[in-house]
Design a protein around this ligand. Structure first.
Ligand SMILES: Cc1cc2nc3c(=O)[nH]c(=O)nc-3n(C[C@H](O)[C@H](O)[C@H](O)COP(=O)(O)OP(=O)(O)OC[C@H]3O[C@@H](n4cnc5c(N)ncnc54)[C@H](O)[C@@H]3O)c2cc1C
Length: 271
């Protein structure tokens, strides 16, 4: 049985931000609900207010310009990312990552904002976006700020978001458009499952980066490497940023082994 809560569905950004300020600490933002509603059903989260963010125009849609790059509204779903022609052409790594989240039903609901704000170490849009150098746009009644995604995640299910802040958009630099890419996600089963280890690589003419999931308290990314870096150098850079644990799904040693395996497999075959 669900606890009682008030459901609020503002239509304008200013109303959303005011509500968030007013109910700070007592409210949760509701996007697709694929993470939040699980916690509410389990009784591990009992917010007094659910504030639906799906009707806010500034948090919707996908835009692209050569000058400003790609901007994805926080309420854009995985299926919208998979099907967007500009993303398919210029940021295929993102389309691939979105297409490997959960099942078709889930991808119809799950949003990029929810995936990042849950801040699970395995977030598929986390490690792929980190490889592409994404930034996160946060809004509150105090104003808007933009931070690099690698600073957004601060721990397991923890982010820089303040109680009165919302993720408004996720931003990708124009210089990452057309990056060669590859992604591997190890799961326990062939069907839909969370990653035991995931590795996403992006490479342009000036840099190469590896985003890694399920191998540290947050999704992590290597430092920028030269595009022609050897596999050994890329593995060494990856090992500097991961710190996997032993858990029921895999041991630390196996996760380290798979990070290296995936890098060596992906590097010569980047699309
Ligand atoms: C069966 C199943 C399979 C799954 N498989 C995968 C998988 O393969 N890969 C993967 O990465 N994830 C997976 N997930 C996790 C989940 O579906 C994703 O994290 C999803 O993207 C969450 O998005 P949502 O819109 O449903 O978020 P919600 O559940 O609505 O919200 C999640 C959290 O983020 C907060 N939030 C949402 N939007 C914002 C915003 N704009 N600003 C600030 N805070 C916000 C909410 O308050 C809440 O705390 C799976 C989940 C299930 C149930």
């Amino acid at each position: 049985m669900l606890h009682e809560f008030s459901y609020l569905a503002p239509r304008e950004r200013k109303d959303l931000l005011q509500l968030l300020k007013k109910h700070s600490g007592q409210a949760r933002l509701l996007a697709g609900g694929t993470d939040l509603l699980c916690d509410i059903r389990l009784g591990t989260d009992k917010p007094a207010y659910l504030i639906d963010v799906k009707h806010i125009p500034e948090m919707q849609g996908i835009t692209w310009s050569e000058r400003d790059g790609l901007a994805i509204g926080a309420t854009v779903t995985c299926i919208e990312i998979m099907r967007h022609p500009v993303i398919a052409k210029k940021f295929p790594l993102l389309a691939h990552a979105a297409g490997h989240i959960g099942s078709a039903q889930l991808r119809n609901r799950a949003t990029i904002g929810g995936n990042l704000c849950t801040a699970s170490p395995c977030a598929d849009l986390g490690c792929s976006s980190l490889a592409l150098g994404a930034r996160v746009e946060l809004a509150s009644v105090r104003g808007t700020r933009v931070i690099p995604m690698k600073e957004f995640f601060t721990g397991v299910k923890a982010t820089q978001l303040k109680d009165d802040e919302v993720v408004q958009r996720v931003l990708y630099p124009a210089e990452a458009a057309g990056a060669a890419w590859g992604m591997e996600k190890l799961k326990r089963i062939k069907g839909h499952d969370l990653a035991v280890v995931s590795v996403a690589i992006a490479r342009t003419a000036t840099w190469l980066r590896v985003g890694i999931g399920s191998c540290a308290p947050t999704p992590v990314v290597t430092a920028d490497l030269p595009p022609q870096a050897t596999a050994a150098a890329v593995v060494a850079a990856a090992f500097k940023v991961v710190n996997p644990i032993d858990d029921v799904r895999a041991s630390r040693d196996f996760r380290l082994f798979m990070v290296e395996e995936f890098i060596r497999k992906l590097l010569p075959a980047l699309a």
